[in-house]
Design a protein around this ligand. Structure first.
Ligand code: ZN
Length: 72
């Protein structure tokens, strides 16, 4: 799983505040994530965090960047 600082992760499980999007603040043994809904910050072990990621979005790229063979 290719996660970088600044990425926005969409998680499989929603935070109690209703948001499922988290910003990556720090990466190491643990990921430090900030909930984009309420600003709550958590530390998650890398293995656990990677398991709960649904998709990653980075910069202007949409979360799902599948090629459809129709690009110019
Ligand atoms: Zn939250």
């Amino acid at each position: 799983m290719d996660v970088k600082v600044g990425d926005i992760l969409t998680m499989k499980k929603k935070h109690p505040c209703g948001s499922e999007r988290w910003q990556v603040l720090r990466i190491g043994m643990d990921f430090k994530l900030k909930c984009l809904g309420c600003g709550h910050q958590v530390m998650l072990p890398r293995s656990k965090a990677e398991k709960s990621i649904k998709s990653i979005s980075r910069g202007e790229k949409p979360p799902v960047a599948k090629k459809r063979g129709m690009e110019k």
